[in-house]
Ligand binder design. Structure first.
Ligand code: PBG
Length: 326
């Protein structure tokens, strides 16, 4: 054949492929989600997330230092209190597990690594919902938002650089922004879980935070059938004062990441969630897929879809492999 164009020429060697690669997953783009549980004497494994643990405050400190040394953007903290109640009181206790975790991590890493917090009540409530309930058992939007605002203020006081409301309550970003401004925390960024879908892929997370949720979150998280609704949620969160908007989950919603990327000019984040992690780990443990290649392909796809920032349980491992040619 006499062909002028042979696309294979650009695939001939690792150096060639690497030169023309359009997408890369730099550690500076990655955030490591970490769980810290109150009252633990040693880290507790999470069986549905092999390699991920509930940390003690001590092992959390070490992990945060490792994250900073590996060049990650930051850590996203999730607190698991020893005692849960209907109002999620542990969330607004200034000596609660999450607030203490923020202090501990901030003390270790200062401004070298961003301290981020998940602002939500589901880790703290005994019923497992992301907010407080009305007498008839509905999630009470406005009462919940007030609690989120108080939580975010506590996290900022403790040294959080970024607060990330994830409960999908209406008006949560605006209320948090007002509370931060009123408390002199003008520099605290809000990473809004703006387009967050109800998903089966959160399954392992329920174990990770010892959730006792029965039922679902369909009255507050989005329906997977909808794309335009995601753009509406994103627009509202930006109008309310969000700095970064996030799409979650990532893999079943890559089209949403792309659409949000094209609709806004602020940084877009995506959360490669627990069930997405577990799927790859489980298949790899069975010898059904090549784990390292699957991890690389997963993270690349999320970046290629348009995410500037990726939250992933593989962040630390990935950053350590970075630059070694993998
Ligand atoms: C809410 C929250 C959840 C996750 C992050 N923040 C659970 C949910 O909304 O049901 C899930 C993260 C994951 O599955 O990895 N606090």
């Amino acid at each position: 054949m006499s062909l002028r164009q042979r696309p294979r020429r650009l695939r001939t060697s690792p150096a060639m492929r690497s030169m023309v690669a359009e997408t890369s997953v730099e550690p500076r783009r990655l955030v490591l989600p970490v769980f810290v549980a109150e009252g633990l004497s040693e880290p507790r494994p999470i069986s549905s997330m092999p390699g991920v643990v509930q940390h003690t405050l001590d092992t959390l400190r070490k992990t945060a230092v490792e994250a900073a040394q590996a060049g990650l953007a930051g850590v996203m903290l999730f607190g698991i209190p020893e005692h849960k109640d209907a109002r999620g009181s542990g969330a607004v206790d200034e000596h609660g597990i999450l607030t203490e975790a923020v202090r501990a991590v901030h003390e270790e890493v200062g401004d070298d690594c961003l301290v981020m917090t998940d602002v939500c009540l589901d880790e703290f409530t005994d019923h497992g919902h992301c907010g407080v309930l009305t007498p008839s058992g509905r999630v009470d939007n406005d009462a919940t938002v007030e609690i989120y605002a108080e939580m975010a203020g506590l996290h900022a006081d403790a040294g959080a650089h970024v607060v990330a409301p994830s409960g999908m309550m209406d008006g949560q970003v605006g209320a948090i922004r007002d509370a931060l401004e009123a408390a002199g925390h003008q520099e605290t960024a809000i990473l809004a879980y703006a387009a967050k879908y109800t998903s089966a892929f959160y399954g392992p997370f329920r174990e990770a935070v010892a959730s006792s949720l029965t039922g679902d979150r369909k009255t507050y998280q989005q329906d997977g059938a909808n794309l335009r609704e995601a753009l509406h949620e994103v627009a509202l969160d930006l109008a309310e004062g969000a700095d970064i908007v996030m799409v979650k989950p990532a893999l079943a919603y890559l089209d949403v990441i792309r659409a949000v990327r094209e609709a806004v000019d602020v940084p877009v984040a995506a959360y490669n969630i627990s069930g997405e992690y577990a799927m790859v780990e489980a298949a790899a443990a069975n010898g059904w897929i090549d784990r390292d290649r699957a991890v690389a392909e997963t993270l690349t796809s999320i970046r290629r879809a348009g995410a500037d920032v990726v939250l992933t349980y593989w962040a630390l491992e990935w950053a350590r492999r970075w630059g070694t040619g993998r």
